[in-house]
Design a binder for this molecule. Structure first.
Ligand code: G6P
Length: 362
């Protein structure tokens, strides 16, 4: 049964483990063997007419939206805003002339996101819901839908839904970019990349004992921790910190690495874990020197680095994939750090205190 834990102590580990297969599934369902995206052409036409995309989500889905912005702007050259659902609903941003809305929701039931969709529909705007649950409320009420095909996600802390959302956004951005004749989209082989991602995820998962040790030694005793990065790596730092907070109760912050020195670096103490996420050539050295700044103030520093940028002392080296989709790999060590920190603290990984899998109140 899909909802059995099988040999796993917790659903979260099972769901982390399922990610390579989810990537392969998305590639086979949403792309053709030639590499062309296989996406509803009406949806692509509707998106093509839009002058701006508005991505709406909560929690981890909001973080997947932050990655989506980079993908839609780079591959399809369309300005994209990302909004926290509960903020959008009551503090409406000024909309462009022809907006198109994308709702990201694992469950398809989040009340904060639904509140925005009700408004979008009342104003006759078109929308797409990307969700894991067929026939959920957000699925039913949007103009278009795409499913994540990740299988049931049971652990409260979201893992495979985040990577599936990014996978779907990448396919969609590629399809839209091609429809808009963007060379960068034409040259981006999403099918091949998702294959590389699947293999890369597996390689990281196979090394999970290293992460278990790291978690035991540095994260279990910590009462605060930081993930830092620039650009797309900064968005992953937010999700990485959220994972750690949710299930291990370590107060964690994801931060733009260059901004740390403007205030937050005051929080660094002897032994505070700081993880630098480094996957982008342009900013790798900058993040490295920001990490150095924290180390000279006592931080215990670690790196999650793309192989092509790796140096001798790096902690966790992740395989190379196109720089546009590195979050699919860089988040996996962070998911495992959170998992093992929680596990080694003897906490209930799947059912953290104060949280619910799906929040149907505003
Ligand atoms: C809850 C969950 C989070 C999730 C968020 C949005 O707060 O605990 O893990 O990211 O809702 O959920 P959704 O189903 O809309 O993606």
């Amino acid at each position: 049964q899909e909802t059995d834990k099988g040999p796993y102590p917790y659903y979260m580990l099972k769901e982390i483990d399922e990610q390579p297969n989810v990537m392969r599934k998305l590639a086979s369902l949403y792309t053709e063997e030639s590499g062309k995206p296989n996406v509803d052409s009406q949806l692509i036409n509707a998106m093509k007419e839009a002058d701006r995309l508005y991505i709406v989500g909560a929690g981890t889905s909001y973080h997947a939206g932050l990655v989506g912005k980079k993908l839609f702007e780079k591959l399809a050259h369309v300005p994209t805003e990302v909004h926290i659902a509960s903020e959008f609903a009551y503090d409406n941003p000024l909309l462009s002339k022809k907006p198109f809305f994308i709702f990201l929701s694992q469950s398809g039931e989040t009340a904060d996101s639904r509140e925005v969709l009700v408004n979008v529909n009342a104003n006759n705007y078109e929308s797409l819901t990307i969700t894991n649950v067929e026939n959920s409320t957000l699925f039913r009420e949007a103009t278009y839908t795409m499913l994540l095909h990740a299988g049931p996600e049971i652990s409260v802390a979201s893992t495979k839904a985040y990577t599936a959302q990014i996978g779907v956004e990448a396919i969609l951005a590629k399809a839209l970019g091609e429809a808009k004749e963007q060379t960068i989209a034409e040259e981006f082989d999403i099918r091949q990349q998702l294959g590389l991602v699947a293999t890369g995820m597996q390689a990281i998962i196979d090394e999970k004992d290293v992460i278990d040790d790291l978690a035991k030694k540095y994260f279990v005793p910590a009462n605060r921790a930081f993930y830092i990065g620039r650009g797309i790596d900064q968005t992953v730092s937010l999700e990485s910190a959220l994972k750690l907070k949710e299930i291990s109760y370590v107060q964690a912050e994801g931060f733009a690495s260059g901004e740390l020195k403007h205030g937050t670096i005051a929080l660094i103490e002897e032994g505070t874990p700081v993880v630098g996420i480094i996957t982008q050539k342009r900013t790798a050295n900058l993040t490295r020197s920001n990490l150095q700044e924290t180390e000279s103030r006592g931080a215990a520093t670690f790196t999650i680095v793309r192989k092509g940028l790796a140096e001798e002392d790096d902690t966790l080296i992740i395989p190379d994939v196109n720089e546009l989709i590195t979050p699919l790999l860089s988040v996996v060590p962070a998911q495992l750090i959170a998992y093992y920190t929680s596990l080694n603290k003897g906490l209930d990984v799947d059912r953290p205190r104060n949280l619910a899998k799906s929040v149907t109140v505003e």
